[in-house]
Design a protein around this ligand. Sequence first.
Ligand SMILES: *Cc1c(COP(=O)(O)O)cnc(C)c1O
Length: 258
Amino acid sequence: MTASVEDRAHDLRTRLESVQQRIADATEKAGRKQAPQLIVVSKFFPASDVQILHELGMTDFGENKDQEAAAKSAELSDLNVRWHFIGQLQSNKAKSVVRYASMVHSVDRASIVNALGKAMAREIAAAEEAGEPARPDLEVLIQVDFGEEFSPDHDATPASSGAQRGGVVPQEIAALAAAISETQHLTLRGLMTVAPLGAEPGKVFDRLREELDGLNRLYPDATIMSAGMSHDLEAAIESGATHLRIGSDVLGPRPAVR
Ligand SMILES: *Cc1c(COP(=O)(O)O)cnc(C)c1O
């Protein structure tokens, strides 16, 4: 290894260990037997960092832009890692996303469900034609936006807050869940949220847990609660998150642009 690669590996190891310690502490404090799954959000960082983190035992990585994720996953196609798509998704990207993603966390409208279902059907037909084994179902989470419930500024229109972050209001979960369960090659695995700015994360995550428990009664596979980022992972673990999405506290601060 060159000196700079060694420095970066040391830097990543130190940061990762500190995040893992926080997760272990919070898991114990919450009285939970099992720590949540850590998804390292590698957006803005090079494939070489994913490689290093994989060598440190990381298996799950999150990306929020198709172009970047497609390139990175192609470059690392020989690594056995699971890619999670966590960003806002346009229908015309579905075809690309299903090629590398195991799970999409950010489903928030019927048109995306439809596009992902069609893209999966095409992938599976192509694999069959080529005599390759079919890929497993795409796991999907519904992204929920609690901005309306938690916004300190009640005058903010839900449409504008939702449009920026993505996500459905809680009242729309049931209809979207039904659409997903009716779509072949997609499996509804649970719910995801990003705590709205200014809201107390613990309260938001408790609401997500409540919605997930309700959903799970109808959909037994829906057991995943994707919540918790660098600054609020402790609150997410306390509320019962099963999957954490951690970027900057593992990889360092992201470049300010974009
Ligand atoms: C970037 C991002 C994360 C990670 O955020 P950090 O604060 O860097 O840990 C988690 N979830 C989503 C949806 C993101 O876009």
